[in-house]
Write a protein of this length. Sequence first.
Length: 449
Amino acid sequence: MFQGLRSRLLLYYLLVMAAILSVFGTGVYVFFSRNLYRQLDKRIVTLAQSATLSFSRVEEGGQQYLNRVEEVPWRDIFNRDRQSLEWFDARGNLLGSKGFIKLDDSPKTGTTNLRQEETGEMFRTHTVSVFIRDNSELDPPSLVGFIRASQSLREIETIQNQLLWVLIVGGMMTLILIGLGGFWLTQKAIEPIEASFQRLKQFTADASHELRSPLTAIKASVDLMRNHPERVHPKDAKKLAAIAGATLQMSEMLGNLLFLARNDAKATMAPVDRQLTKIFLDGILQNCTILLEPLANEKQIALNSHIATNIAIMGDSAQLSRLFSNLIENALQYTPEGGSVTVDLQAHGRYALVKVRDTGIGIAPEQIERVFDRFWRADKARSRRQGGTGLGLAIAAAIAKHHGGKITVTSELDVGSCFLVRLPLATVEKTKLTDKYSSLKSLSKNKNK
């Protein structure tokens, strides 16, 4: 129980921390990437603006001027291995270029990314327009050409890849450390809850055990008084009957609580070799239907059964009788007069399947998962039903789990419910079969001799 709770808490903790780390890592990656591009844009914008002073000379001398000139304003900020400068006339024709980068795209003002078709490499470019003013200051300046500054994105992509790997590996290592810390924290967080639960279980078991003695004394006294009606005033007879009924109901509830407390205690201990015997389910189910047939007749409910024979499991006959009696009685109690309850038994694969179907009030879909909770009732408007303690289905689920099986339920409001009990069939171990075969073989050999 608490192991599953620890696992879920740890899983939720890791999911939350993974989401936080993902958001943080994405933010760091985007921030650094934008910062890298911002710095690159500043460099190429400065380079393009510095090259505008040489436009007129490049327009006159072309590529020859660029090849022989050494003293240029942009010489100190230009890296010919990673950057390039290109001069274009007003119609977009190339006048000259500096650097090894060759781009075939026509110049477009502004900053953009371009791909070199030959190598597939990406470049960041910034293009500025060059204007000159005519003799009259009143005339608007005229466009004479463009200057495009370009730089390879290879360095930025390398830095981005390194940053991505650092974030991924760092995030994984952080999650591992968070998982270890989370495991320790969940252990510490669950310890007081587990201790309180253990104390509550112990109190339930002790209280159930201690209260049985005074209830037994009360029941004995009431029975004694009812056996001698001449000593009881007629007006008090109904009161004694009510006391006897309440005492019987409390005794049954305490017995159920004691059973669940002991079952919880067994579940928390290490598994032991349980003394289970081979049992045929058809006999147990037939006995249960026979015992509950008077209740069905009293409520005018048809109690039907379709029980296959020779289906055996390893189990405790008393507990299994209690399991199926609780299910059948629950079906009878919540089925109106004129309805029906059907008990089916069949084998399917490695399991025995027992179905208890009724035409009762049904259970709402949102309430099905709470059916096996202790003291829970589907119809809150009702008072406690006759003889009911709200523990029958919880006990049935505990017994099924104790036998390596489980109970599931399907239901529809005003149509009925179907409880399905799945229990593993009894199997003979292979070693026992081998030993038996060997002993029979040796016996036959002795007879032949």
